[in-house]
Every structure is written in C-alpha cells, then in structure tokens.
Design a protein around this ligand. Structure first.
Ligand code: CA
Length: 426
C-alpha cells in the first residue's frame, strides 16, 4: 500500500514536491462553493476526493458502517468504526485512485462530482475535539528552556527523565489552519515594577509541535498499555501551540500555564494516518535511565517527519524559514505519552488531541520556538525582508509545514498557518 511504485491517474499527485501522493491519503473536512455542507474528503495531488459522493454512489463502504459516515461535518463517526474500517477504506480509496482503475477515472460525470479543486475549497477542523493535552517531550526544548529560566548547569528537572511531563490544555480554542490569531491580553509582571500590569502580550511565540488524534478511547479506570498505545491513535496533524511568554512567566507558578496557552492552538487540516506514516517509522533516542516498566515498549516508535516553521510579515511576498527540525528527535514517544496519560485511569475519547510539545533539534537552527531561536529575545532572527524578529508581531503569518520523504513521493501535512491580529484594546 505504501509502495513507491504506486501511481495515480490524478497527475498532480506525481509532482516531486507534492505532499499528497497516493501513498498519503490524509483525511479532512471541507466545503466548496458548489456545496457549502462540510463533509469528509481525502487530499490527492491538488484536488480533494469527496468521500461522501463515493459513499452515496455505492463505491465506498467502510467495514461495519451501518449508515453513511462521510456526509458528516467531522471524522468522529468514521473513526469510531475502528481500525479494520480505516484499513478497508484506505485500501479501497487507493484502488479507486490507482492509475489502472477505470471506475472513477473513466466516469466523467462522477469524477466531476467527486473531485474538488483544493484551491477552491474551505478546510474545516477535521474532528470534534473533546479534550486537548499538551506534553513537553523534546529533551532539547526542555533543556533550552531550563537553561534560560533556571540553571544552565542543571537544566532538566528531576522528573523530566522519568515521565512525559504534560498538562491539560484547552480544546475549545483549537482552530484550523487559516484562522486569525488574536494577540492575547493578560497580566504581565515587568521587572522594574512592583505589581503586574494588564495589557497586550509583548512576547507572542509559536511552538512547533505534532499532534496525534485518539482513534480508540479507553474506559475510565482502565489504562492503555504502552505496547498497545499506537493501536489507539488514528493519525497526526501539525500543531502550533501559540504561547504568550510574558503571561506564562508570571502565571505558571504553581499550577502551570493557563491564559498564556488557552487563547489559540492551530492545527493543520489534514490528518495523516498511522498507516501512511508506517514506512517512516524509526528508532527513538536512547532513554537513560531506563523508564519504569509501564513506559517500556520494544521496537521502533519514532517517526522521521521533516518539519519547518516559516514567518511572513504583513505585506511581504516571501516567507523566511526560521526553523528546520524533525519529529524523530522527540525523547518520549507518542505511545509513552498515551500510556502515561492513562496510567492513572484517566479516560481518553475519539477525537481527543495530544500535542507532542515543542520539537527542538540539536542545533540552534532547529529550535521549535522563537523563545529558543532568539534565546529569550536576545538574538533576533533575520528575515528575508531585512526585518528582524524577537517575537511575533501583528500582521505576521506563522506557518508550520511537515512531510515524510519517500522514494520519489512525499507524505505531507499541508500548511498549519495563523496570522497574528492586534489585541483588543486593553
Ligand atoms: Ca506546547
């Protein structure tokens, strides 16, 4: 199914940099001027395949579906059918899009109804997200932040190497790529003033992360074993965990971030499935000390996903790539995060979103936040326009991209974009 030789009759899927090859087939929710109703599609080349059309035409029926699941404004009903249905749908869509399959290729009327130009479509949040949790699992990121704010000699807190540290985020403000992000107001404690002031965030930042979507929940009280945890994951998205560093620094003691993180979290519109990621599985970093038994798993549980962050100021033509990193650097794996999340008995539900934590690599150009890239604002990054940035300014458009490089094809995520708009008058 992930054979590099797979070819589609959708010619645009074979462009070298095309993120939506036949090997990818990510799921999303879209609408278009012909049909304003949000529904399920998969991205292939520069078009979207409308699965609701195929389903009603009798060409696509996932295992176990008693009623239509693709004429829906989110993917939750399809995901609830379980992995056999995900696999059968993927196999059938691959078949229908394959170069030598005629059933859709040679049916002009059906093709015209089922294929939508991506450039004309509006993409929506792909799942209904009941809960959002954010981890802190990049050793390089935690080390950088610890060195900046605590002790450069001893940057990691003692718990960090024992568990994937996390906190419960805010699901209601998770937005799809393209949604403007309003600069938050809040309490800021300036070093030269005795009391906090109230005002617009002055240190607005991004966090380059990968999110995963729960595909199979667990009952309250019943943990998910680390060895089985990947069976509970439907797929992955790019995630920008926007952060107000000045609000965060004042509010986070002792219960962790609150308003500094709750104003917006942007995700990419396409969910790249675990089946599509499978060829890019790789070895995770060595873990020392050996994790406690409930956090152990045999085999390879990291994924080789190239990641970039880009910034385009208001009115500028070009983006500047400000960071290049890779998901494979993550110290704690998605499986370990999910095992740790549920070991207390905490339940998860279909559609829940889990953020990896900022993904920083080993070199200064691979850091996943402006905080690290500029070292707290001390070393501003230079943009192609000649301007510099310590933190995000109003009008800046911040974009995350990500892709797995196969042999002659890409499994990509599309863009995860948000443009900063001015704060409400304080
Ligand atoms: Ca984060």
């Amino acid at each position: 199914m992930t054979d590099a030789r797979l070819k589609s009759w959708v010619q645009s899927a074979h462009q070298p940099a095309c993120e939506f090859a036949l090997q990818n087939l990510p799921y999303g929710i879209f609408s278009d001027p012909r049909n304003r109703q949000p529904r399920v599609g998969v991205a292939i080349g520069d078009v979207i395949l409308d699965l609701s059309v195929l389903e009603s035409a009798g060409l696509l029926a996932p295992d176990g579906a008693a009623s239509p699941v693709f004429a829906a404004p989110d993917l939750n009903a399809f995901i609830a059918l379980g992995r056999p249905a995900w696999r059968s749908a993927r196999a059938r869509i691959t078949e229908l899009l394959s170069a030598d399959n005629t059933s859709l290729r040679d049916d002009a009327l059906l093709r015209q109804r089922a294929l939508v130009n991506m450039a004309e479509a509006t993409l929506h949040l792909p799942v209904e997200i009941g809960g959002y949790t954010d981890f802190y699992s990049s050793r390089e990121h935690a080390t950088n932040v610890g060195a900046m704010f605590r002790d450069p000699e001893n940057p990691l807190l003692p718990n960090w190497l024992e568990m994937p540290v996390g906190y419960n985020g805010r699901a209601s403000s998770v937005v799809v790529s393209g949604t403007p992000v309003r600069r938050p107001n809040g309490q800021i404690k300036l070093p030269d003033q005795e009391r906090a002031i109230f005002g617009a965030c002055r240190k607005l930042d991004i966090e380059l992360e990968l999110g995963f979507i729960i595909g199979k929940g667990n009952a309250l009280g019943e943990p998910i074993a680390c060895e089985q945890a990947e069976d509970h994951i439907f797929g992955t998205v790019l995630l920008n965990d926007w952060s107000a560093r000045d609000l965060q620094a004042w509010e986070y003691v002792p219960l962790g971030p609150f308003n500094a993180k709750t104003f917006a979290t942007t995700i990419s519109p396409w969910i790249v499935t675990m089946d599509a990621l499978e060829p890019f599985r790789t070895r995770q970093p060595d873990q020392s000390p050996e994790p406690l038994a409930y956090l152990r798993h045999a085999g390879h549980h990291a994924f080789d996903i190239e990641l970039e962050a880009r910034l385009r100021p208001e009115g500028a033509r070009d983006e500047t790539t400000i960071s290049r990193t890779n998901f494979k650097y993550m110290y704690w794996t998605m499986a370990q995060q999910l095992a740790h999340h549920t070991v207390s008995g905490c339940n998860t539900r279909i559609g829940d979103l889990m953020g990896s934590g900022t993904i920083s690599g080993p070199t200064p150009d691979s850091y996943g936040s402006l905080l690290e890239l500029t070292w707290g604002g001390k070393n501003p990054v230079a943009l192609r326009t000649g301007a510099t940035r310590s933190f995000a300014e109003d009008g800046d458009e911040l974009t995350l991209t990500g892709w797995c490089q196969g042999d002659g094809y890409r499994v990509g995520f599309g863009r995860c974009t948000g443009k900063v708009v001015a704060a409400y008058p304080a």
